[in-house]
Design a protein around this ligand. Sequence first.
Ligand code: DQA
Length: 147
Amino acid sequence: MRILVLHGPNLNLLGSREPGLYGSFSLEQINVELRRRADGYGAALSCVQSNQEGVLVDQIQLARGEFDGILINAGAYTHTSIALRDALLAVALPYVELHLSNVHAREQFRHNSYLADKAIGVICGFGASSYFLALDGMVAHLSAKTQ
Ligand code: DQA
């Protein structure tokens, strides 16, 4: 089982960025814990962060044939990017959309997602644990498929 984790814009600042909203864990700490949990599942994990929409599109395109599923926190691109949606649909890999914060309890413009309706699931509001719950969900989904 091979899982790609994509972190979108400004998530490289986790830990120092609005900690009241996003928590005090750094992105590296989240990646380390994700890898530890993935190891426990016998899953291989790759983590990529980019502030650039096109780089994220490239990473999604490259995932075809290399990964079985994608966990994506697209940050603000969630609410704006048809290009990310199209790339995810093009590679036809199952993906989980996730957010640290509860986007539905925030500004109206964060309530829209261009990714959510095609995701196998959406998780938000649990801080760093949103990533771990997303991993659990993806592993359960992929395991059910191979049975
Ligand atoms: C976020 C929520 C987005 O609305 C915001 O633009 C982010 C982070 C989250 O993880 O809560 O950058 O994706």
